[in-house]
Design a protein around this ligand. Structure first.
Ligand SMILES: [Zn+2]
Length: 387
């Protein structure tokens, strides 16, 4: 059984409502209590209508319970099996709406707080030559900064709860999915190649790197704290700079497409996560040989978001996993009035890793995504879709 299972209630809900985040914590209660040990934080479906992660979390929970019963838990493991109770309650005319808050239109995975400024204020002049002590100091300051955050909305209350659970972790895995997609992931440029084992175990077919995606999604709010803080503290400094490693590896893992909700896939993904936790010392056991990576990492800024040249019916001319060349037609959009077929073309060579599942599109909407290895856009310029 988990060490503890807790329900944390969201603030600022509508009258008569009561929403909770459930948190399972695993870890040795007494053995080496207080000694430094790795912490992993895993959450599913922050975008509440991205269902594959919900199923993976259940498979992972069963595996963690088994590991715990066998006394194999060595680190602190926090599992939030559904990260967004607000989104889970949203539907319009039979369709689940989990990416945006219906009441405000905000994306649940944007606008997490950037803690670099308050943490810098708290640790300024207190960092020393011991990197581990510096990391511990920063984590305490970050937890204090989150605790001091006075939220005003239910969505921010949720953000505060999730950040408070994750910000002191060594490893943060945020489980999402795309529309129709291969397994892929987003992580910080500074977290690469450290994240290579996570991506290899999951068989990621695309890995996107950025320091600033724009919008401060959950993973970047957790990991980016470290390089933003370091930049802030070292700006204008001369002489010896106190060591401050990027102590949180956070990644958004996209578990294929919305319809890829399947027990066999979820079990395999959970097995992969168990091997990640084992290899990183959170579970005792043999993680086996690390698989060869299924792709090279590419800049998030190199993603070609192919947009529909017109409104109409979408006929894809490429499949997920196809490699395309510049100028290649990836889809035709058929104008239902004139019958004209408008080609949508690739701007970059690379692998097709996502397509929109809807087969009717508005003009200008993103219908296909290609992983290019050369930047097409500026860092920090809204590299993620749909704020
Ligand atoms: Zn998502």
């Amino acid at each position: 059984m988990p060490l503890t299972t807790e329900e944390i209630t969201l603030d600022h809900g509508f009258p008569g409502t009561h929403r909770v985040v459930m948190v399972h914590r695993f870890g040795p209660a007494t053995v080496d209590a207080g000694a430094p040990r790795p912490k992993a934080y895993i959450q599913a479906a922050l975008h509440a209508d991205e269902i594959p992660g919900l199923l993976v979390a259940q498979h992972l929970l069963a595996r963690l319970k088994a590991a715990d019963a066998e006394g194999r838990v060595r680190g602190d493991i926090v599992l939030v099996p559904y990260a967004n109770p607000i989104g889970l309650s949203q539907a319009v005319l039979g369709t689940a709406i989990g990416r945006f808050a219906l009441s405000s239109g905000v994306n649940f995975n944007r606008d997490f707080p950037d803690l670099a400024a308050p943490v810098a204020d708290a640790v300024l002049g207190r960092l020393g030559p011991d990197a581990a002590a510096n990391v511990a100091l920063v984590r305490r300051a970050a937890l204090a900064a989150i605790a001091a955050w006075e939220t005003a909305t239910e969505a921010d209350s949720l953000r505060k709860i999730l950040m408070g659970l994750a910000i002191d972790a060594d490893l943060v895995l945020d489980l999402h999915c795309d529309s129709e997609a291969l397994v892929h992931a987003y992580t910080g440029t500074e977290s690469w190649p450290d994240a290579g084992d996570v991506m290899a175990e999951l068989g990621c077919r695309a890995v996107f790197l950025a320091l600033e995606s724009g919008g401060n999604p959950f993973d970047e709010a957790c990991s980016g704290l470290w390089w933003r803080l370091r930049n802030r503290l070292t700006a204008g400094l001369s002489g010896t700079v106190p060591p401050l490693p990027a102590a949180c590896l956070a990644t958004t893992i996209e578990l294929r497409g919305r319809r890829d909700v399947d027990d066999a896939l979820a079990a395999a993904d959970a097995d992969a996560l168990v091997r990640v936790l084992t290899r990183r010392g959170l579970l005792a056991g043999d993680a086996g040989v690390l698989p060869a990576p299924a792709c090279q990492a590419t800049p998030l800024a190199g993603v070609d978001r192919v947009r529909a040249p017109a409104a109409g019916a979408v006929l894809y001319t490429v499949a997920l996993g196809d490699t395309v060349t510049v100028g290649q037609t990836v889809a035709e959009v058929v104008d239902p009035v004139t019958g004209t077929r408008h080609p949508a073309r690739a701007r970059t060579p690379g692998i097709v890793w996502a397509r929109a599942e809807q087969r009717y599109t508005a003009a200008g909407a993103i219908i296909t995504s290609i992983a290019g290895d050369r930047p097409l856009a500026e860092e920090g310029s809204g590299l993620l879709t749909a704020r």
